[in-house]
Ligand binder design. Structure first.
Ligand SMILES: [Zn+2]
Length: 74
């Protein structure tokens, strides 16, 4: 079993993405599942879990902070 599979908690219907229990779990899964890519962990806007997504070009270039790119709805 690969490490990241233990950290998933089903999937999120509104987002169509895999749920992770924590930012740490999501980031670890991102590194394992998408090596060499810019993967961001962000809080699900519809639920208590975390998802993985590609960083926007603005974030990668440092023009936009992650807080601006992914606002946490809470
Ligand atoms: Zn979601």
């Amino acid at each position: 079993m690969r490490e990241w599979t233990r950290n998933t908690i089903g999937s999120c219907e509104p987002c169509g993405k895999v749920n992770y229990a924590s930012r740490k779990a999501a980031r670890r899964a991102g590194r394992d599942f998408h090596p060499g890519q810019h993967i961001a962990a962000y809080a699900c806007p519809s639920g208590p879990f975390w998802h993985l997504g590609n960083l926007t070009p603005g974030v990668i270039c440092g023009r936009v902070s992650r807080g601006q790119a992914y606002k946490r709805a809470s």
